[in-house]
Design a protein around this ligand. Structure first.
Ligand SMILES: [Zn+2]
Length: 86
């Protein structure tokens, strides 16, 4: 994950731009296997979803920071390599 994508994703978390609309988790405590979320970008709102093991975002950008922000919120990835939020 490029550093600028990480920085942008953390920015979306800090500003409260990320909203999880729907999440369904298995009973074993692992991260949700079904997620729908919105991320308010600079110009428009993006919809991120995670279905059947695949992430997608309406911006359709490679290395999408919206998907990364939602992955952080839902526990699919940790904020930093050593696991501590910055
Ligand atoms: Zn996106």
């Amino acid at each position: 994950m490029p550093a600028d994508v990480r920085t942008r994703a953390l920015g979306y978390l800090r500003t409260g731009a990320t909203r999880v609309v729907h999440a369904r988790s298995p009973k074993d405590g692992t991260p949700p296997h079904e997620v729908v979320a919105t991320v308010q970008g600079h110009q428009r709102r993006h919809v991120v979803d995670f279905l059947d093991g695949a992430w997608s975002c309406t911006c359709q950008t490679p290395n999408c920071p919206h998907i990364f922000a939602v992955q952080l919120v839902t526990g699919h990835v940790t904020p930093t390599p050593n696991g501590t939020p910055s």
